[in-house]
Design a protein around this ligand. Structure first.
Ligand code: GLP
Length: 264
């Protein structure tokens, strides 16, 4: 596990975009796992800038989004479909048939649908690079505390805390969805490489538990300790509760010196 400490959210976004861009250039047919939320917005903006400048081509890439609210149509302004199209896909050149986002508008046969999503990931060759944010309660995707560490794509009930955290994206008085379709922790762990981003003090406790705490279903992100290729990119505020910051800094310098390709 590599921990990259950056001064602020903007730098986190830039570093993440740099890593994604270099992975796309190295493998134009890359399969990306994508996340929503405010944290990766800077990364998406930066990737769009690189694309407009002519230095980044997504035409052969494929993507699978982590999750979607259940009950929201694709064109609902708070749906993750809408989020992804307005914040990323409309600014870059993915081929529309290679974009996959769970369909929150389904009304039945949930497990068949979710099994199908898993099958599409497999038939695309698996996810090469998974981008993640983290919830205040340590969730990744919508894998709320006590999700099985072996879970696959499924329907998941949201905690009150998550519903409240996401209220800011909805107009005042609007009902917040109570369930979502989310890739499971097992699905995420199957990705070849994982980049997880966190910014702000409100994430500090979750980040510390994910990186330094015991592996526990109580903190879904702690399962990433089982993955051999995980990079955390976090800002000073999100790093606040970590006890080993100087060591992470040293590891980073040594990694640059001995295995720089790992960082590319
Ligand atoms: C939602 C998403 C997660 C995201 C989390 C944090 O619950 N399902 O994928 O990581 O929110 O969001 P934010 O980045 O806005 O803090």
């Amino acid at each position: 596990m590599l921990v990259i400490l950056k001064e602020n959210a903007q730098e986190v976004g830039k570093e993440a975009a740099r890593m994604v861009a270099s992975a796309v250039r190295a493998n134009p047919k890359i399969v990306l796992g994508l996340a929503t939320g405010s944290t990766p917005l800077g990364m998406y903006e930066e990737l769009a800038v690189l694309h407009r400048a002519g230095s980044l081509d997504f035409s052969k890439a494929a993507s699978f989004n982590l999750d979607e609210y259940l009950g929201l149509a694709h064109d609902h302004p708070q749906s993750f479909h809408y989020f992804m199209h307005s914040n990323f896909f409309s600014h870059v050149n993915f081929s529309p048939d290679k974009i996959h986002i769970p369909d929150g508008s389904i009304r039945s046969n949930y497990s068949e649908y979710c099994d199908g999503y898993e099958r599409s990931i497999k038939s695309a060759g698996g996810i090469d690079l998974q981008i993640l944010g983290i919830g205040r309660n340590g969730h990744i995707g919508f894998n709320e505390p006590n999700s099985s560490l072996a879970s696959r794509t499924r329907l998941k009930e949201l905690t009150r805390e998550t519903m409240e955290d996401n209220r800011r994206f909805f107009p005042p008085g609007a009902e917040i969805p109570e369930c979502a379709i989310t890739m499971g922790i097992g699905t995420i762990l199957d990705a070849r490489r994982v980049l997880i981003l966190a910014t702000g003090k409100s994430k500090a406790a979750a980040v510390a538990k994910a990186i330094e705490g015991p592996i526990s279903a109580a903190v879904s992100a702690s399962a990433l300790q089982l993955h051999p290729e995980v990079t955390f990119i976090i800002d000073e505020d999100a790093a606040y509760a970590l006890t080993q910051r100087e060591y992470y800094q040293r590891v980073l310098e040594l990694t640059k010196k001995y295995t720089p390709e790992k960082l590319a």
